[in-house]
Ligand binder design. Sequence first.
Ligand code: 0A1
Ligand code: ZN
Length: 895
Amino acid sequence: APHARSLASLRGGSVGMASSAVVDAPVERFRKDYALPAQLVGAVELKFEIFETETLVHAALHVEPASPPRREPMVLDGEELALRSIEMDGAPLVEGSDFTLSAAGLTLLSPPLTPFTLRTVVAIKPQENTQLSGLYKSSGNFVTQCEAEGFRRITYFQDRPDIMATYKVRIEADKQAYPLLLSNGNEVGKGDLPSGRHFAEFVDPFRKPSYLFACVAGKLDGIEDKYTTASGRDVRLAIWSEPENIDQLGWAMQSLKDAMRWDEQTYGLEYDLDVYHIVAVNDFNMGAMENKGLNVFNTACVLAKPSTATDDDYERVQGVVAHEYFHNWSGNRVTCRDWFQLTLKEGLTVFRDQHFSSDMTSEAVKRIEDARIMRSAQFAQDAGPMAHPIRPESYIAMDNFYTVTVYNKGAEVIRMYRTLLGAQGFRKGMDLYFARHDGQAVTCDDFRAAMADANGRDLTQFERWYLQAGTPTVKARGEYDAEGGVYSLTLSQTTPPTPGQPHKLPFHIPVVTGLLARDGTTLVDSTVLELTEEEQTFKFEGITSPPVVSLLRGFSAPVKVDLPRSDEELAFLAANDADPFNRWDASQRLATRVLLEMAAGCDATQTDALEKEVPSSLIDAFRATLCAPGLDNSLKAYSLSLPDFGTLSQEMDPIEPDSLLAALKATRKAIARQLHSELAAAYDALAPPAGAAFTLEPEAVGRRRLRNVCLSYLAKLGDEDRALAQFRSATCMTESIAAVRALVESPGAARDEVLSTFYERAKANKEALVINKWLAVQAAADTPDALETVKSLMAHESFDANNPNTLRSVVNTFAGANPAGFHKADGSGYRFISEQVIDIDKRNPQVAARLCNAFNTWRRYSGARQDMMKGELMRIKESPGLSKDTFEIASRSLA
Ligand code: 0A1
Ligand code: ZN
């Protein structure tokens, strides 16, 4: 039979082969090379036959030639697929003459110039898929992850976002083991099959790129609800998890409904299908995924109840649920033409979820939290070897570019449009963007054009935010002319070189500025100054007394500010600025200056002497903040928290971790000692009212947040009683984990009690996410034997080396949140992390590559540390069989 003949010529054995090992040299792809293929898949039919030993994927691709047709081969991506059959319009194809196969896919050598249907059957092994990309198994359930390039691990396809098709999907599986079958869109059929199997069929009426495909086959329980859209359509909402977790789904459901309402009210955007599913899985490389009508979530971003989730976890669940929901318009209805445009959907959607969270909680608090991420993580990325514009120019592994730059700086860029155009102008731009591009795969330039056209503005220069990497510094110098009553503010900008970009052109920067009188009253309200040149002077008239300038209010642009200030001026702003963000910022600047001055050339072993060096200006400012009447407790908490190692180290050259950590430790102790009575009084006064029910009201969250900051200071002086009492009487996870954190660095009975009680409780309740917290607190602890602790955690019964959440809790926490352990002078921390990168890479390249970023700062260290970090990077880069993901990070870092 022709079928058998074509089968005989097929390559069989790629199933189960070692992952995305670099067989050929890794290929770098460039934004400038974009071209639409000569054939386009417009409709897809898929059938999954799921068995324990393999899954068969039957695909029918309905292909249309581009117009006008071009005589070109058709390239279909495919990875780790065993081709079982292939035919075109009913006729079998022959390898060599009709098509060729490689480790990267299948090429049809001379496809027809008229429409045709290509049918393939491939076998895949989801149960052996540890990369968690494509179809894989998590805790016994089948689930997919296709962004960015996972669909090619399911079937041969043009796996790129500009190929938008309709999907009809049939899933067949054992009914008892996998009672729940789901795919995108509406269920159009289901029934039983012989041998205890069953099937379900789905149609998604919206054309979509392959990265938004999803299917699920599993044994899951769920909760259901209903949402009526603004135009009166009913939508069924369902959230699924492992049966023991369904008591933790209510918050995600509430967040989903809040997000649906918010998008209608804020942007006039309604949901478009009859059903919206969220499926929670234990094993997931990222936070969550916006597959059309069928989101798949990391349990860490869905599950929440007071006894297991902290206030920060609740905020994350709310933000991520909203984020994935908002993608239905910003990402799914209007998607990206190519992966270089990723920030088109991600920057915009992060901006939307930040705005939503801000509306649901507190604007000032949310802004501080978002700016902290920018400063600690994004500015650091901009200053290192992985610096890239929010729209990168090239990649080897796209998965490496799901970065804080593309996401968070991308969101800051969207925020700047809104600052420049005003809320109404921004809305007009959004309306035009969706009206023009609904159903299309478009570019960042299309978005910028919509903003410009809707507002009659020239945003040509604004493109530089998409073209140039690096963090600009805005230098500000003011001059007051008392006679003329004129204050002149001269702003200038510079941006340091980044890899491949030695010279930068000036950005279009909105600098929101206000002026205060010396008595704290407002002289000039917040005004948007548009800095577009290298240097500009702005004049304020009618200024009757010498002003204090408040610059970059609300962090109006992702830039650094260079403006020399006295301690007194910073303390004044910390107490008086009308902008709450800048009040917080002034406290951070004051602390930063103190810490960096102390760290410069200090003797890191003399902590007692160092403690005496902490200036009273800082202590007084912190006292004033702590005791300020009427100030929001969350704002107090953030103002009283010192900048972290990552943020501070960016301003130290070279970075001397021992001195910086000693300065941090000494300053914390000095604050604890000199403000002891105020901290203790505040701690006691902030106790939750007896018998009060748990609530997430900002007031209650702020109370817990500030109380825990006080506790962490008090613990520095060995006050174990309060922490132990808090642990024993805790009514929620925010209280108990803070108590554990306060005690974890102090060996003794109190520490042992809380750690073992915490673990045993989590184990008895089978709470994997809580166990991860227990692992992470210990992995971050600054103790002399930190690395031994981490190694023993990895040998602990709860440790699962294949689960990304567990791995991150221990290994990434050690590399990223335990600077004393990671940078230990003997190099043991570096060696350990490089061994982990190499080992994890064999199973999960995405997780390994992310971990490898820990070495990116190597050039900022001096002497032996620099040599050792570089040495580990070289070891990684040269290790045999390295994935392209980790290869890319290591080689960019060394370049
Ligand atoms: N689009 C998702 C993020 C995501 C990206 C890649 C993934 O697998 C490699 C998974 C999720 C979001 O922005 O939420
Ligand atoms: Zn996203």
